[in-house]
Write a protein that binds this ligand. Sequence first.
Ligand code: GTP
Ligand code: MG
Length: 226
Amino acid sequence: MALSEDGSHDDYLFKIVLLGDSGVGKSNLLARFARNEFYSNSKSTIGVEFQTQKMEVNGREIKAQIWDTAGQERFRAVTSAYYRGAVGALVVYDVSRRQTFDSVGRWLNELHTHCDMNVITILVGNKSDLKDAREVSTAEGKSLAETRSLFFMETSALDSSNVNAAFLTIVTEIYSILSKKVMQSQELKKDPSIGSKKTVVLDPKQDANNEEKKEEAPKKSWCCSS
Ligand code: GTP
Ligand code: MG
């Protein structure tokens, strides 16, 4: 989907992917956010599911299309299709299972293999309600997020805390970066010494410079095409 040069496009759709080990609560975060539901006995996700949720940012309606797949390798769908076109990611771990925190680096590697480094990413420590079972402190989560330049939030899909905030943070940040790109393209347009036909696109398939990569996972989350 392209934004017009005056930034007046009315329909924004951001694809956001959920990542993290099996059982960290990805599907329940999505269920809480999209439907205000929680399943205390949910089964592992098989294949891919997604939900589209309307949100308002800076007075504009934005559709967040959130994709969810299994943390477990054998239940995962074709990976490149999952990541294709993603502009945001939530990398989730379970604060009560250190092993899931130790896997964060692996999930970030996978994300960056399939997407541009610029994909807006938030590190999410879920199950903050499990106070007595906590194995990963808030300080450790924050510190990892700082080292890897990620946003950070602790959530609970069970008691709802910070769930909306986590999704809102990522959507707001994507929107803000996109707006800056639109403004930059307007500046370029004003300067006659620079090419005048700049359009900011959200869909990497529209990247004219990326033709040889058509069949692969796109390397850019968004881009400018002449
Ligand atoms: P896969 O689909 O296998 O990758 O797992 P998932 O990350 O989607 O986990 P899922 O949402 O299915 O949750 C796994 C289990 O954790 C379920 O029994 C949930 O009820 C539980 N759970 C999820 N979120 C929370 C939470 O915030 N607090 C608590 N206490 N339990 C949670
Ligand atoms: Mg799941």
